[in-house]
Design a protein around this ligand. Sequence first.
Ligand SMILES: Cc1cc2nc3c(=O)[nH]c(=O)nc-3n(C[C@H](O)[C@H](O)[C@H](O)COP(=O)(O)OP(=O)(O)OC[C@H]3O[C@@H](n4cnc5c(N)ncnc54)[C@H](O)[C@@H]3O)c2cc1C
Length: 449
Amino acid sequence: MGRSKTTHTVILRFLHEVDGDIACDPTTISAMPTQVTEVTEHLPTTADLVVIGGGILGVATALNASRRGLRVVVVERGKRLGGLTTQASAGGYRLQFDTPEEIALLKESIAFWDAFPDQVGDATADLRRTVNGYLWVTRRHDRVPTQQAQVAHQVSMGVDGVEWLNGDDARRRFPYLAEDVAGVRYRAGDGWIDPVRATVALAEGASRHGVLFAFNTAVTGFGIDNGRVTSVITDHGDIACDYAIVAAGPFTGHVLSLAGINLPISPRIRQRLVLPDAPEVPSNAPMTIDEDTGSHWRPEGGGAYVLRPDPTAPSGPPAIDPPASREFYDLLLDPDSEVAVAKHASFWRNVWARGTQHWYVTAGQYSYSPDHMPLLGPTAIPNLGVNGGYSGHGIMASPAGSRIAVATLLGLADNQTNPFRASRDFTQHASEKPTGSGGHVTGIGRGPL
Ligand SMILES: Cc1cc2nc3c(=O)[nH]c(=O)nc-3n(C[C@H](O)[C@H](O)[C@H](O)COP(=O)(O)OP(=O)(O)OC[C@H]3O[C@@H](n4cnc5c(N)ncnc54)[C@H](O)[C@@H]3O)c2cc1C
């Protein structure tokens, strides 16, 4: 079970004693010791819980479980935290959802982000949070009644601060909007965080509760006896465990299949155009989403992220380095493109006309379930859990989703009433897969953003 130093695998061990239960009581951890006391190069041979994956969901899982007093090991194939899908994301979070389950998930998660320093036990923890709002724009007058109904529906379900504005009122508030914008829905309290900073801070918080992180270590199988996982097998040895939970992003379905579990999680490539230097982009602009095309953008640094989930992108195998296309720049920025961001925000014409050599396209994979909601908690192997399938919501919903995954796996919460249980019936959602310009533009219903 030992490992050679030539593998360069490092497991950081932070010691400290945890007392008491936890969950979301921030006061219990803010006083915890934070001293790093040991660095070891040996993979532990036992754990209460092995978490597979060191993205934001894996570390949020580890933090939650360790606050319950479990000895947790996070096994990550890469050499750092958040290095796969988490770093490819736009970091957005919003309460503007249309189902009570998702609204509850996001309310709890946003409350966690609100109390982040206390939650991770570090008064200096900085999410780089920006609360500029989320703005959904349509230029189609026939879509206005749907927007208005959606806002009324969300308000009736307890989404506070969401409002609908006609085109003129919207342009007064957001002067960059095009003359033909017919209506917007907006919530000022939504925004975005830096997902990698969040992941690292969550991991530091978990470390204060004794969580160990094994990098450069891939899970290759499971020991199973009598229908239960007895160990997690890695390329650096086995870890005997009471529980394991898979939070491997787009690899979640693959890793679960190593235990004979088949869940409907399909990865699809999603690209992000990064413009580090675009002074035309108002720094106080919200996440601005064109409901007619699915194209959206938000300020980032001195420029912007520009994105669009391609509704025609097929699901494919999980990828460590999903391909990104330079054509994405032209697709989103050329004002003649059908899905150009200039269609709804005129300053983008100037960005295109000015031109720049400073841009690049990155790619990650959304992990879709059939109803676009996450799969959380135990699988058909009761001590093997899942925390994945969030589509485009894995950053924003990671705190509450991870709490639910851990609580139901440990039997501390009823999995039958868990709306995100892996065993739920997906057949009724077969027709809700994204179509046309994206499921999110078809009115009340969930979609790819
Ligand atoms: C372009 C884009 C934009 C997005 N924008 C947003 C947004 O604005 N807001 C939002 O909430 N979400 C957004 N998302 C979705 C979000 O990024 C994901 O839901 C989230 O990052 C998933 O986190 P994760 O920890 O499950 O996955 P990952 O970050 O992919 O982490 C999984 C980890 O598991 C590891 N792993 C895989 N297989 C193994 C193995 N066999 N052994 C050990 N380790 C393994 C991987 O190396 C990886 O580090 C976006 C996604 C994309 C692609």
